[in-house]
Design a protein around this ligand. Structure first.
Ligand code: 4AD
Ligand code: MG
Length: 454
């Protein structure tokens, strides 16, 4: 029978057959050492002169796929190999050959290659240890969310990606032609999740969201994996508790998996689960904090374009209540605080139309961003306007034609509950957890301004 690397612990001193790709190759004193990679792990393989070969060992090249048969032996004291064992092979054959010489894999791309080459050859970069570790952790995180939601009795649904409504403002919509009528790629599945509450109770989805972001930053993608949940009969503090519970639950699950915890430790040495409860910081106190710490914002003109001085330097000024807190300032703040921060109570004018106002403080919203050190915002959420008239006024204020939203508006006519929810950027959570500089490293095939390939 064929073995996989992750199962080998129980197969010491047994004969096994295994297939994989030649990850590393080293010839020495009539012996060839291979690190074999099968996607589930790495295995040292020793080919000695006694091997039956269908090809000469010289034809063996990095990234060829091979099949090997042999006996699994513990490595000698003082030697190191993945899993502390090696396969002493007596038969091997090439299944799929990769080129050697100038055309060899390692000459095409490696971790020191120019970033644009790495991006063009993402399909090859994915075979590298770092990229595949990130993708393994990503798989574990998504699966952990599903476990956590199952425990919390939150059901998974699959809303559409092709829509005719916006959620987070018209500026970042991707528009396309849908059989002759205009449609958009979804920015968020929130409105659809809200329609499921009265049918299924609390719900979540893991869906791609699309944003035509103009800015090329380390944390903005044009397509990202959006994990969103919507909860009925809750208040704002329940919402914050839920977000904290879900994220900490996911961290517990991934850390309990030895393979994933090893990946986290390698990519983010010293990582520790954040302590609870998370810090809660009201928006107005954050503005004061920024002023006290002399962290300024760049001024914008009436079109929202950044203003520069004659010498080309940005025109800066102190933050005022009402301002959006831009990426740089947000990250300086959370990096200084160095703990997860629930930033709450944003002004309504900088937030989405559907957000509930703070009772008695109508210019502010029951909205929350969860900020993480090194990344900034990884979650955005809020309580939802539950009053019909207030929702109609909110469409008007935002300049939205309510007609295409009839199905959303109907929720407010047929037994609306107090409800709230949030969206979490999967790549941003991973950038924090795995200490990656950019979310691009946490996406399988990242899309951002100017890149839609491979
Ligand atoms: O803050 P956002 O825009 O909130 C919403 O879309 C809500 N409708 C979600 C909800 O309440 N159901 O986006 C939520 C999260 C952000 O906190 C961020 O982590 C991520 O989605 N995100 C992006 N990630 C990568 N690239 C982008 N361009 C992103 N835009 C948002
Ligand atoms: Mg947001």
């Amino acid at each position: 029978t064929k073995a996989k690397v992750y199962q080998l612990e129980s197969k010491r001193d047994q004969r096994i057959k295994i297939s994989g790709w030649v990850h590393r190759l080293r010839a020495q004193k009539g012996m060839t050492f291979i690190i074999l990679r099968d996607g589930t792990g790495y295995l040292q393989v020793v080919l000695s002169g006694k091997c039956t070969e269908t090809f000469d060992a010289l034809t063996l090249s990095i990234e060829s796929s091979i099949e090997v048969v042999g006996t699994l032996k513990a490595v000698k004291e003082g030697q190191s190999a993945p899993g502390n064992h090696e396969l002493v092979a007596d038969f091997w054959k090439v299944l799929g050959k990769a080129p050697a010489g100038d055309e060899a894999f390692t000459n095409k791309v490696n971790k020191d290659s120019d970033p644009s080459i790495q991006a063009d050859l993402r399909h090859l970069m994915l075979r590298g240890e770092t990229a595949s570790n990130v993708m393994k952790a990503r798989s574990a995180v998504l699966s952990a969310f599903r476990d956590v939601f199952k425990d919390m009795r939150v059901l998974e649904v699959t809303p559409p990606c092709m829509v005719q409504t916006q959620v987070e403002g018209g500026a970042t919509l991707f528009k396309f032609d849908y059989y002759g009528t205009p449609a958009f790629l979804t920015q968020s599945s929130q409105l659809y999740l809200e329609t499921c509450l009265a049918s299924l109770g609390d719900v979540f989805c893991v869906q791609e969201s699309f944003r035509a972001e103009k800015s090329l930053t380390r944390r903005h993608l044009s397509e990202y994996t959006h994990l969103e949940a919507e909860l009925a009969f809750i208040d704002f503090s329940d919402l914050l508790d839920h977000i904290e519970e879900a994220i900490c639950g996911v961290i517990d699950i991934v850390l309990a998996d030895p393979a994933i915890s090893a990946i986290i430790n390698e990519l983010n040495p010293g990582f520790q689960k954040p302590s609870r409860p998370f810090m809660r910081l009201d928006y107005k106190d954050a503005i004061k904090w920024l002023r006290d710490h002399n962290i300024q914002k760049q001024d914008e003109d009436a079109n929202g374009d950044k203003i520069f001085l004659a010498d080309g330097s940005p025109q800066m000024s102190d933050h005022q209540v009402g301002d959006d807190i831009a990426e740089a300032a947000e990250r300086k703040m959370v990096d200084t605080l160095n703990v997860p921060v629930f930033l709450t109570g944003f002004p309504k004018d900088i937030k989405a139309f559907y957000m509930k106002k703070v009772p008695g403080d109508e210019n502010f919203t029951e909205a929350v961003d969860l900020l993480m050190p090194n990344v900034g915002e990884i979650v955005g959420g809020s309580m939802r306007i539950s009053d019909y008239d207030e929702l109609m006024a909110a469409y008007k204020h935002e300049g939205i034609d309510p007609a295409p939203y009839y199905w959303y508006t109907d929720q407010r006519r047929f037994g609306t509950p107090n409800s709230g929810g949030y969206g979490l950027g999967c790549e941003r959570l991973l950038a924090w957890l795995l200490n990656r500089f950019t979310v691009r490293d946490c996406s399988l095939y990242p899309r951002y301004t100017g890149r839609c390939t491979p």
